[in-house]
Design a protein around this ligand. Sequence first.
Ligand SMILES: NC(=O)c1ccc[n+]([C@@H]2O[C@H](COP(=O)([O-])OP(=O)(O)OC[C@H]3O[C@@H](n4cnc5c(N)ncnc54)[C@H](OP(=O)(O)O)[C@@H]3O)[C@@H](O)[C@H]2O)c1
Length: 319
Amino acid sequence: MESPPKPTTTDSPPKTMKAWVGQRTGAPAQAISLQTDRPVPGAPTGSDLLIKISHAALNPADAVFMRFLPTLLPFRRAPIPGLDFAGHVYVVVPAELVAPWPRGVGGSAAVAAGLGVVGQTAAIALREAGLMAGDRVLVNGASGGLGNMLVQLSKGHGAYVVGVCSAENEALVRRLGADETIDYTVHDPLHAYLAKQYSEVPFDYIFDCVGHQVLFDYSPGYLATTGKVISLVGGASHGVWPFLKNCMWPGFLGGTPRTYKILGLKPSGELQRQVVKWFDEGLIKEVPIDSEYDMEDVLKGYERVVSKRSKGKVVIKVG
Ligand SMILES: NC(=O)c1ccc[n+]([C@@H]2O[C@H](COP(=O)([O-])OP(=O)(O)OC[C@H]3O[C@@H](n4cnc5c(N)ncnc54)[C@H](OP(=O)(O)O)[C@@H]3O)[C@@H](O)[C@H]2O)c1
């Protein structure tokens, strides 16, 4: 079995490490700064692991936390940003929270790091859908890190997949398994195009990785009566009213007569092991890497993430 790259240092951890650390709220360039002498955490207790991180993958959520979670909060004191990582365990203890190195990844820690949050989020979306072979699926935002996972996993479970992306990313989304793609820059407004093309053959599930409220508002035109819009984007940034309206407002009072779900990930080892299993079984064939930056260039990485133009994962080489 392939294993993660071996650490180049000794087996015992050093005393200090480089780390980007949160100092204040704001955009990444204001919120975080690089420290070169951050103390390495002490020996882990209980089921914690101490990991020498080789690669970390950035997520849009990191920038949201930096902007909105004050560093005065007790659990936000000098926080190190980021959610996804891959690396080498220094100290082995009961490891419920991590997954074994995916066999198919070989030595690429960048790919392993990129299988985290987006893989787990796709997993909860698929669970919510209860996707079956032959279902028809629309993935909005198919060329981003999360959309990449949803296209591959939907296809891998036997669905017919339509991906929404710009023309530039069509080849990528097709390669990942989409049966059709829609260029949203040409077919604008998207909901009108969907109603024209798919009213006779409606979708069973719409996975929304962009957060388009109108996609739900107009969904009776292209979503089966038993179908669901499953949004992975939203929450406070989109307002409480749309959420209440989508989920609770009855059809006879003007509510949209379709089911709407909005999901938030609570990362877990159990989900990650499912993602690794799918990767090793070939349902996830690829983790497209948009770009890789050195540790010193984390801010450039976040610029790329917040641009919302990345095709797949933005990864940081840490070790
Ligand atoms: N609910 C959760 O727990 C959870 C977990 C992970 C992520 N998320 C959220 O899911 C969203 C997607 O995450 P991600 O990691 O996939 O982001 P990402 O990789 O940064 O997404 C970038 C992609 O979005 C595409 N895009 C931008 N505007 C679009 C539009 N109007 N229509 C279609 N595609 C568009 C871009 O393609 P073009 O350049 O072709 O436009 C680009 O490929 C983010 O808002 C993130 O916060 C939520």
